[in-house]
Design a protein around this ligand. Structure first.
Ligand SMILES: Cc1ncc(C[n+]2csc(CCOP(=O)(O)OP(=O)(O)O)c2C)c(N)n1
Ligand SMILES: [Mg+2]
Length: 1052
């Protein structure tokens, strides 16, 4: 009642004649209809006997319809609304209506609606019941749609149809409907009371006699087409056609009326989508390609794994439809990511990779021509630009290389897509889009799917809608869906972002093509994610060598009987006369010939070129005028003026009338002072690097949790006006009119998703510095898969370079086991340099050659100037390598951890190793100990040495670039101090940190003539103690060891 009151009180009295319009004209207008507060309906409706809470929707419908055309509602409503609008007192607006008049003439069986003496209360209830029934189909129709081609599984894992839908598995048979309705007529004693109650509740009091009554349709359905009312029987039939055939539409959770209306319109329109002859033939030709490709591979390489598509051949026409439709809507580039299943088929028939290139991957005798280990054929990526034959427009398709780790490629695809949109100025995703393919088990099981969905609507991460396609073969390796997910559908994860989900029986190619068209249109219209769930089966085992009968005997008995979808569709087309058998056979022969010819050509291939499988070529980056670029190390220094200018930007607010926080004013003031003193702290060092690159036209993107301010409140790259909500300013974007844009973005609380995304972003172009910062370094391990599978071996596996930078706050500062260690040992353990071989050193280019050969660069940097250089170096070299930097926490504000402009001027460069520069270096022969360290512990060692007055006897050198290991610099440093013993000192525990990496390399460098002693914490399971006192005690103990010149005597 309350709802009714509120709803009614929102209605505004209009004269009915003001709003006369035909029903068909008003539909689009209604799409945008919302009740405006100014609409006021003045009658005190509570007093009307037939009004109650549940009828409010219906009354609202009636009122709106009356406003638009008073003749379209029953006379009784017309009288009621007129009286009410005229201000009739409570309880008097309603008058018993006259018998049905001409106003309902369009209702074919009008008399039966209410009879000669209609009971308005019953009338309202029946209409409400019908509305609820329509709504039930819209919400739950998909539960009874015939989705499984095998007819044995329930796609939603539930064999019971919803009780509020009149249907059965043999839907559309009106006798069944009748049967179900007739239950209602069963006497009280004939069935259990709970069943009877259920049924009554389910059908809202409708009974068989209502089937031929005509009901007005609410504006939330399109099943009427031009009709505004239909008999119940026809309503049910049309709902069945819309929601319970081969397409199951899940969308009613979407909390946007326009979007729901859009989908209803697409699926409820009477008659549905009819395919032209040409469209049917194209569909058939695509089914033939998809099917015969797998058959060809099977014939030629019957003992090879290929993760074939058999059972889900419709995937190919599905993808092609999405691409055609998107191309029609203006999309020029499609970035795709997919797992193993059907990958070769997608490469051949969607991306159109040359077949011979695919076939020669099966030839085990061919040698690889390129660097690296290469990868198996169902992991490699691909890039291809071609004409879309349907739209006659250019389209670039790229399939991103991916590891075995299912779904890991999702955020990478999104990042690459975002970058491509960014570089071509496609701010709303009209030209570049992403398509992600999934397996049913992986889509439901892998958390990265959820993390990626959560990026989909964030301003700095959105790709403006992704079309997801699930090859739902209702099995994951050997595991039945009932054991692999708890959600009804594998696609339920998509509901969190209000993405509509179109389930479709993959054995119905036209239904598949239709939902794919709608999905592409949805993306083009709303720029939001959408899911196509291709419910199919897997004809073979997980791969072609697997025996599925071990574990799924009944399913596979059925599969063996199952006719292939290509054959079924061809027979349908032949039967209906759309193609002749001869045409069908010719089409098959044509494609078989293409395969055979390509196979013959593939035999001419002598070597495998992994570079033919690049997903992101960087044209012009590696060569200059066709020649390889010079690999010499460029100077990374900057002029005094540049440094001052960037420093000024970093210490000021570049816009007028902008009030920043008082604390921040002090930060900017102190930055100004530093700049005047020609010094920089960590934040300014970073600022100088970013600012200078931006001025040189290099895009910089820094992403991660709370990076805008910086976890440690040191960065402040985004200023917030203290007086105006959401007014912000990024000074770095106010440096120069010709600068590249700076993107700094706080991310969602995801490491796996966001790091993957940034990796993808960095993949798109080499001319950008893309950085991901972890809140604390230890959190990187939730993104371990991206690190292990993409960043570390990416170039080796996929010949693809990537210059992403990981900033990982690290340091033992008494904060306990969490937040202390970025796990340097893990990164170092994965470096590809040999600990036991002293490399050949050409002083000219050793440093750069090492970088070219390494798989990634690992640094622990101890001063801002070196940070500045390493970030600039990252971009100025004509190649790209991932860079891992363990960044400081307390050093951010450490008075000694500052650098002078002099260390950043032209001619200066990144120091891989910072040699001892104090008194010890002046009289090296007197030095008794040479301590090597890295990172923050240097400052602790330095202070301790001073306290002990050992500046002449102990030299301390910092290794800033741990990997590739600076063999050459370490050698000269050790040779400089011939009388010194050598100690590696670290603040991390012995089994952690750098020790295991540096020790063998140091030993190799000194040809094992001396031991390399260890000063640091003992081995431990946790990265740090939680007890501050224990922490300090450990520190003083290892410092004791480092400076006790007799500490290792007894071990000698
Ligand atoms: C993250 C991850 N865990 C486990 C596996 C091993 N694995 C390979 S395929 C597969 C089943 C995948 O099932 P589904 O996603 O339904 O794809 P389908 O093979 O059925 O097409 C599993 C568990 C993997 N590749 N990746
Ligand atoms: Mg599966």
């Amino acid at each position: 009642m309350h709802r009714l009151r509120t709803c009614a009180s929102r209605l505004r009295p209009l004269t009915a004649s003001q709003t006369v319009q035909s029903r068909s004209q008003q539909r689009p207008a209604l799409l945008n209809r919302t009740l405006q507060p100014i609409r006021r309906y003045t009658a005190p409706v509570a007093a009307e006997p037939f009004l109650n809470g549940t009828s409010s929707n219906y009354v609202e419908e009636m009122y709106l319809a009356w406003l638009e055309d008073p003749k379209s509602v029953h006379k009784s409503w017309d009288v009621f609304f007129r009286n009410a609008n005229a201000g009739a007192p409570p309880g008097t607006a309603y008058q018993s209506p006259p018998p049905l008049g001409t106003s309902l003439a369009s209702l074919t069986q009008a008399q039966s609606v209410v009879g000669a003496q209609p009971n308005v209360e019953k009338l309202v209830e029946d209409h409400l019941a019908v509305q609820s029934l329509i709504r039930a189909y819209q919400i739950r129709g998909h539960h009874v749609a015939q989705l499984d081609p095998l007819g044995i599984m329930d796609a939603d894992l539930d064999s019971l149809p919803p009780s509020d839908i009149i249907t059965s598995n043999d839907k559309l048979d009106i006798r069944v409907v009748k049967e179900r309705l007739s239950i209602l007529t069963v006497g009280e004693s004939d069935c259990d009371s709970h069943i009877r109650d259920d049924v009554k509740r389910g059908f809202y009091g409708l009974d068989e006699s209502d089937l031929d009554k005509v009901f007005r349709l609410p504006t939330t359905t399109f099943i009427g087409g031009e009709e505004s009312a239909l008999p119940l029987r026809e309503i049910i039939r049309r709902l069945e056609m819309s929601y319970c055939q081969h397409i199951g539409v899940e969308f009613m959770f979407i909390n946007d009326l326009d979007q729901c209306q859009w989908i209803r319109e697409k699926f409820e329109r009477p008659g549905g989508r009819t395919f032209s002859l040409e469209e049917k033939r194209t569909l058939m030709a695509r089914m033939i390609r998809s099917t015969r490709f797998e058959e060809f591979l099977q014939r030629k390489w019957s003992s090879e794994k290929r993760f074939g598509l058999e059972g889900c051949e419709s995937l190919i026409p599905a993808l092609k439809t999405i691409i055609d439709k998107s191309s029609e809507n203006g999309v020029e580039t499609v970035i795709m990511g997919m797992p193993h299943r059907g990958r070769l088929n997608v490469l051949a028939n969607v991306i159109r990779k040359e077949l011979e290139q695919i076939f020669c991957q099966f030839d085990s005798k061919l040698e690889a021509a390129d660097e690296g280990s290469g990868d198996v054929k169902y992991h490699l990526g691909m890039y291809h630009r071609r004409i879309n034959r349907v739209t006659d427009r250019n389209i670039t398709l790229s399939l991103v290389a991916n590891p075995s780790h299912l779904e890991a490629v999702n955020p990478v695809v999104q990042g690459k897509c975002k970058a491509e949109q960014f570089y071509c100025g496609d701010t709303d995703g009209k030209r570049v889009m992403s398509v992600l393919l999934h397996g049913d088990a992986a889509f439901a099981g892998q958390g990265i799917v959820y993390e990626t969905f959560h990026l989909s609507d964030l301003p700095s991460y959105t790709t403006h809608g992704t079309v997801h396609v699930v090859a739902n073969n209702q099995i994951g390796f050997t595991t039945d869906p009932r054991e692999s997910r708890s959600s009804p559908y594998p696609t339920d994860v998509a509901r969190v972002v209000n993405a509509p989900i179109f389930h479709v029986n993959a054995d119905d190619p036209e239904a598949v093509a239709y939902v794919c068209e709608v999905a592409a249109e949805w993306r083009a219209t709303f720029h939001k994610d959408v899911v196509v769930d291709l419910v199919c089966y897997r004809r073979n085992g997980h791969n072609e060598m697997d025996e599925p009968m071990f574990t799924q005997p009944l399913m596979y008995k059925q599969i063996k009987k199952q006719k292939g979808v290509m054959q079924k569709y061809a027979e349908k087309l032949i039967e209906e006369g759309s193609v002749t058998r001869q045409e069908y056979e010719e089409e098959i022969a044509k494609y078989d010939k293409i395969c055979e010819e390509a196979h013959a050509r593939s035999k001419d291939e002598k070597i495998l070129h992994i570079k033919h499988w690049l997903d992101s070529p960087w044209p012009g980056f590696f060569t200059l005028d066709g020649q390889s670029k010079s690999m010499s190390a460029p100077s990374t220094g900057l002029t005094e003026e540049e440094l001052s200018h960037i420093g000024q930007v970093a210490s000021s607010v570049p816009v007028e009338d902008f009030t920043i926080h008082g604390g921040l004013s002090r930060v900017l003031k102190s930055r100004g002072e530093m700049i005047r003193n020609r010094t920089v702290d960590w934040a300014l060092g970073e600022y100088m690097a970013f600012g200078s690159l931006l001025k040189e036209g290099i895009h910089v993107r820094l992403s991660g949790q709370d990076v805008e301010r910086g976890t440690f409140s040191h960065r402040h790259h985004v200023l917030h006006d203290q007086n105006v909500d959401k007014r912000t300013c990024i000074p770095m974007n106010h440096m120069d009119p010709n600068q590249a844009p700076y993107t700094v973005c706080n991310s969602s609380l995801s490491e796996y998703g966001v790091l993957g995304f940034e990796l993808g972003f960095a993949m798109a172009s080499p001319n950008a510095l893309v950085l991901w910062e972890a809140q604390f370094g230890d959190f990187h391990n939730t993104a371990q898969c991206i690190i292990d599978q993409f960043i570390c071996p990416g170039q080796a596996k996929w010949v693809r370079q990537n210059g992403i930078v990981l900033l990982l706050p690290h340091g033992m500062e008494g904060m306990g086991p969490e937040h202390s260690s970025a796990r340097p040992e893990r990164f170092l353990q994965m470096c590809n340099d040999d600990p036991d071989v002293y490399p050949k050193i050409n002083p000219e280019d050793f440093a750069v050659q090492q970088l070219i050969d390494c798989n990634w660069i690992v640094c622990n940097i101890s001063n801002p100037a070196n940070l500045f250089h390493v970030l600039r170096r990252q971009i100025l070299y004509p190649f790209r390598k991932p860079l891992i930097i363990f960044t400081p926490k307390s050093l951010l504000r450490h008075p000694e951890a500052k650098s002078n402009f002099d260390d950043m001027l032209p001619g200066t460069h990144f120091q891989r190793l910072i040699s001892e520069a104090g008194p010890a270096a002046e009289n090296p022969a007197d030095v008794k100990r040479l301590v090597f360290c890295t990172g923050k512990v240097y400052y602790e060692l330095n202070r301790e040495r001073k306290t002990r007055g050992m500046e002449n006897t102990v030299a301390i050198s910092r290794i800033e670039q741990l990997s590739p290991f600076p063999f050459d610099l370490l050698k000269s440093e050790t040779e400089k101090y011939p009388n010194a013993d050598i100690v590696w000192c670290q603040e991390e525990h012995k089994n952690q940190g750098y020790y295991d990496y540096v020790k063998p390399r140091m030993r190799t460098t000194i040809a094992r003539v001396k031991p390399v002693w260890y000063a640091g914490r003992g081995s431990a399971a946790a990265p740090a103690t939680g007890n501050k006192k224990a922490h300090l005690l450990e520190l003083s103990r290892f410092l004791d060891t480092a400076f006790d010149l007799d500490a290792f005597k007894e071990h000698e």
